[in-house]
Design a protein around this ligand. Structure first.
Ligand SMILES: Nc1nc2c(ncn2[C@@H]2O[C@H](COP(=O)(O)OP(=O)(O)OP(=O)(O)O)[C@@H](O)[C@H]2O)c(=O)[nH]1
Length: 375
């Protein structure tokens, strides 16, 4: 989409970019969580092997293996896909599904393995679930709701169960976990807000930068390249043609008796004529040609890989198209053009342009509304 045309859409365009940035951040940050959560469950089962029911442990680890493989498969798919396809629309829902599945299995599995009468094992399980919650803040901070949901799914089953156990130690453990979870929740909100602000500001700055670069290179009246941008691109094209050994032609175009148009019909009509001439030039040139408004009523075009004969016939077509323009109330609009070709022995873009300029002033002196070729 053209940035200058964004208008009222620019807010939603930036919002969409910020969403994409958050998704990218999520995938980059949370890769470790996929292995981390699996390894945490394996380590917990290893440490409490003698205290847990082995059948439940095997079932839990098997389910976690499946959900972890699913997540790895999704990560590979994301990082292998072209950047243009890494959109929130395509990936957010998949991420949510795999996250809910794996956090749900983690929380439900922890509840299933927790032994009813073994305080030490219960404390170990809670230690691991709390550790998982802290990691969730670090990994999913780009998506606040994801952090909250994964913490809830991992922490809530065991801590709620503990809350309804007879011992005050168990109740105290559950309450401590809830207090801790509320701190984590508020830290998560601050982190995700700060991240979102950083992404938005970066995108806004990038956009402003692009707009100001474009404004600095564009002629406001005609939308063509201005003098500075024309010469920037012209120097590059000249060097490319010189090193390729291809012919480069220059066409200089100057409106005839433009002062008369301004004086007779006013500057607004003059401006309208310049806009129309700019549109005629833009419509006549090829993608690789470089064209621009050098100032006033003077335009320049560089035609790479073009013989002087072809450049002359392009200039003649331009002259005829301009003579056919209607810009009421101005009755007669014409331009004179000069064409020159570079054999690169002169070694300078400026001498090519000067040759075209001299030809242009010969066209003027021969009566205007014509094309002259440099001798
Ligand atoms: N409307 C309008 N006029 C401009 C602009 N820039 C320069 N001009 C006018 O273009 C006119 C150029 O006049 P001259 O240099 O005498 O050239 P000319 O009248 O076209 O005469 P020849 O080139 O000899 O045919 C001046 O009146 C400038 O004020 C512009 O952006 N808009």
């Amino acid at each position: 989409m053209d940035d200058l045309e964004l208008g009222s859409d620019q807010g939603s365009h930036i919002a969409e970019q910020v969403r994409t940035d958050r998704l990218q951040q999520l995938f980059r940050q949370s890769g470790a969580a996929v292995f981390g959560s699996y390894m945490a469950a394996v380590m917990l089962c290893w440490l409490c092997w003698d205290r847990f029911d082995h059948t439940v442990v095997v079932g839990w680890i098997a389910l976690l293996t499946v959900s972890t493989l699913l997540r790895i498969w999704m990560f590979i798919g994301y990082f292998r896909s072209p950047v243009t396809e890494r959109t929130p629309k395509r990936w957010e829902r998949k991420y949510w599904c795999t996250l809910v599945l794996s956090a749900g299995i983690w929380g439900a599995g922890a509840l299933a393995v927790i032994p009813a009468h073994d305080l030490l094992a219960q404390a170990m399980v809670m230690l691991f679930t709390v550790g998982m919650s802290v990691s969730a803040v670090a990994c999913y901070s780009a998506y606040r709701n994801m952090t909250m949901l994964s913490i809830g799914l991992v922490l809530l089953p065991c801590s709620t169960w503990l809350l309804f156990q007879p011992s005050t130690l168990q109740e105290g453990m559950a309450l401590a976990v809830f207090v801790f979870a509320s701190f984590v929740a508020s830290a998560t909100r601050r982190m995700s807000d700060a991240l979102e602000t950083a992404f938005r500001l970066t995108r806004e700055m990038e956009r402003e930068n692009r707009l100001s670069i474009r404004a600095a290179r564009t002629d406001e009246l005609t939308g063509l390249k201005n003098r500075r941008a024309f010469f920037d691109d012209a120097h590059q094209l000249y060097s490319e043609c010189k090193s390729n050994g291809s012919v480069l032609c220059a066409v200089m175009l100057d409106m005839d008796h433009f002062k008369h148009i301004n004086d007779s019909y006013g500057h607004q009509v003059g401006d309208q004529v310049l806009r129309q001439v700019g549109a005629v030039i833009s419509a006549s040139i090829r993608k690789n040609d470089v064209h621009g408004r050098l100032g006033g009523e003077e335009f320049a075009i560089l035609l790479p890989d073009t013989s002087i004969e072809v450049a002359t016939s392009i200039a003649q077509e331009l002259m005829q198209a301009i003579a056919g323009l209607k810009a009421e109330p101005a009755d007669r609009i014409t331009a004179s053009l000069g064409v020159a070709s570079s054999d690169f022995t002169d070694d300078s873009l400026y001498s090519l342009m000067n040759n075209a300029d001299r030809a242009l002033y010969r066209a003027k002196s021969y009566g205007r509304n014509q094309v002259a070729v440099a001798q």
